[in-house]
Design a protein around this ligand. Sequence first.
Ligand code: MV4
Length: 459
Amino acid sequence: MFSKILIANRGEVAVRIIRACRELGIKTVGVFSKADRDSLHVKIADEAICIGEAPSSESYLNIPALISAAEIADVEAIHPGYGFLAENAHFAEICESCQIKFIGPKPESIRLAGDKSVARTEMQKIGVPTIPGSKGTVKNQEDALRLAKKYGYPVVCKAVAGGGGKGIKVAHNDGKLISAFLTAQAEAEAAFGNREVYIEKYLKEPRHIEVQIAADGRGNIIHLGERDCSVQRRHQKLIEESPAPGFDVKLRRKIGEVAVRAAKAFKYENLGTIEFLVDQDNNFYFMEMNTRLQVEHPVTEMVTGIDLVKEQILIAMGEKLSFSQDRIQLKGHAMECRINAEDPDNQFMPSPGKIDTWIVPGGPHIRVDSHAFAGYSIPPYYDSMIAKFISYGKDRNETIAIMLRALKETIIGPIKTTVSLHEKILNRPRFRQGGVSTNFIDAHFLTEKVEIQEEKKAG
Ligand code: MV4
């Protein structure tokens, strides 16, 4: 039904979407900033249009430029990828009003998920477990203190518009709570133009588990198992895997059913993810809904055998889901390592610049999703992720062994990358055991470790 799609994104995800379109026989229009002229997505798209200057505010976030490009190229739909405008309800609305199909959920679903406090309240209404905390937002310091007394320290103040770890502050006592509350408000105002904050009991060593869901426009809605994304540094995921270590069929069915129920409450259509925090006893709590294709979608593709990007486009065209819940079976184990152009030995300083050597892994059961190549210059303006390595094996141990040999055969230079960090993580006994919490990287790898301990003592 679609004959041409515009991809409102750059980097590996633009390449990934072009690949899906080509397999579906859909023509592609790439867009690029002046810094991305020589990028891979520009080379492999059927057409490419320059949409502005290097800073993303003047190009990839420039709605008038994107809509103009879509009109000039005469596309029927826009795929937003992830980041940039993917979760912008206003952009989805503008696409709709220009009769361009936005490949994603309806604006009202994006808006509902975007308010974390309202989303949390909606989940409570339908009996989806949430972390104990405030009813709605917290207006002042007195209320914050009263709630902290009720739930007991530590507590966490979170921005309702939150994302990327901004506007999240933990407090261990009354004295710290006031500054945590005010800082969360100020950060939220600066980052999102919305200073509203809610409060939750702080879970000490949670795992981050998310469930992939897919919904068509005909009321069919299913889940595609879970991903464990607990290995993060400063709210940036480093490694994701599926299935989650320690999850059995029964627990998967339970969290999957809750995720589907949650998605229904969002009147959801297209691909989405329900994020949960999971405690040591495997109790899970709804945290938020992501209304986009995610970076880590390939791990789900590997264990389900489903091409999620093609599915996403077919859903947007009005097709029925190509599979039913009883046809979804996780097979084997998949793991993704995000390779960033950053120096792990120097505070993860970005390392943009020209890539002279680009030798990336191949062979059985390794997938490399990337927009980089020998001779490519990484611009300093955007995200530092330059590749995703995805390994697939019969079980977790084999999957790790495949990833380790893949990392070992990688030679990228002269820019710095996080390849060596991934090798270290994968060799840690605690990681090999499986089921690490979100504190794992802080506890094992952070040079800022001392500083964090000092903060706790002071608090
Ligand atoms: C929490 C939490 C513990 N308890 N909420 C961080 C980002 C945002 N999506 C929610 N986050 C957290 N919320 C309560 N009540 C711990 C985190 C958290 C975290 C969550 C997932 C992955 C990595 C994390 C790293 C630090 C803190």
